[in-house]
Ligand binder design. Structure first.
Ligand code: ATP
Length: 278
């Protein structure tokens, strides 16, 4: 399912925090959103998933404006994994994943054999096949995160909106989850903080700074040392991965905050021998 974000604006706490964002996400591709803390990634994702109405612009799923859809119609199209979770109530892991089946007319004890099979399969896909009868509130942060991703998968939607889904995950589970995202035929919009993992996992990268999309394109075109310096105030060195040849960043130092001051790249910074700068 194609997702079109058109000239989107969004408020938070009565204040505009996202302005004029336009991105077309072709069906089956992964758009990664990166940007500093507070740059508006979660706010944009809330608007894209229909959780909060945009203050201006449109989000369309295969041409249909999200604003024209009922909550159930939205939930049949997009599954959301939010950053903050308030799911502290006592439920088993299996029941938590079965909540993803509610838009299909099931859930709350009316689960069919298929619903349970879908939920167990989703748990197996995120490496949580051993957890279904545990209490959700007694899980570790990383286990919870994987269960919530399983719930999103169990919703069987063509679109996934994921806000920092790798939070709390150990490196093996980060890679596993991102590989699952990459392998799925779903359309995915995902906020990520790790630029190297984002480059590895996303077809397109959008960089948000102060609520505006400052760069958009394939990872190799968008992510470079100047961009990292201007968006994050961080000096970095780009190296070619010895096996894949893919560009990889080593983060050298936090600069004193200087965003938007037009600071030119420091000419004294050069590549160590054997290292390729972009
Ligand atoms: N509930 C809220 N009420 C008021 N302002 C909010 C609320 N949530 C976020 N904001 C503000 O909106 C702006 C954008 O926040 P948002 O959470 O979208 O950024 P983000 O890029 O997802 O950040 P992070 O990387 O820290 O998760 C920030 O200035 C933030 O302080």
């Amino acid at each position: 399912m194609r997702v079109d974000i058109e000239n989107l604006g969004a408020h938070r706490g009565g204040r505009p925090v996202v302005t004029g964002v336009s991105v077309a996400v072709p069906s089956g591709t992964v758009l990664g959103l990166v940007g500093p803390n507070g740059s508006g990634k979660s706010t944009l994702l809330r608007a894209v998933s229909g959780v909060a109405a945009p203050s201006s612009g449109h989000v369309r799923f295969d041409g249909t404006d999200v604003a024209s859809l009922s909550r159930r119609e939205v939930a049949l199209r997009v599954a959301v994994m939010a950053q903050e979770h308030s799911e502290e109530f006592e439920v088993t892991v299996l029941d938590m994943v079965l909540l993803g089946r509610i838009p299909h007319g099931h859930g709350f004890g009316r689960d069919s054999d298929r619903d349970i099979a879908v939920a167990l399969d989703a748990l197996a896909r995120v490496g949580a096949a051993h957890l279904p009868h545990r209490s959700f509130s007694a899980l570790s942060g990383g286990e919870r995160q994987r269960v919530l991703f399983a719930r999103a998968l169990a919703q069987e939607t063509p679109v996934l909106v994921l806000d920092e889904p790798t939070n709390h995950l150990d490196i093996a589970h980060q890679l596993e989850l991102l590989d699952l995202i990459k392998a799925t035929d779903k359309t995915v919009v995902v906020a990520l903080h790790d630029l190297n993992l984002a480059a590895r996992s996303c077809d397109t990268i959008g960089v948000l700074v102060d609520g505006r999309l400052t760069a958009l394109g394939p990872p190799d075109e968008v992510l470079h040392t100047d961009l990292i310096r201007s968006a994050f105030d961080v000096d970095s060195t780009a190296v070619a991965h010895p096996h894949s040849g893919r560009r990889h960043f080593i983060f050298d130092a936090r600069r004193s905050p200087s965003r938007h001051d037009g600071t030119a790249p420091d000419p004294s910074v050069s590549a160590p021998e054997g290292i390729t700068l972009p």
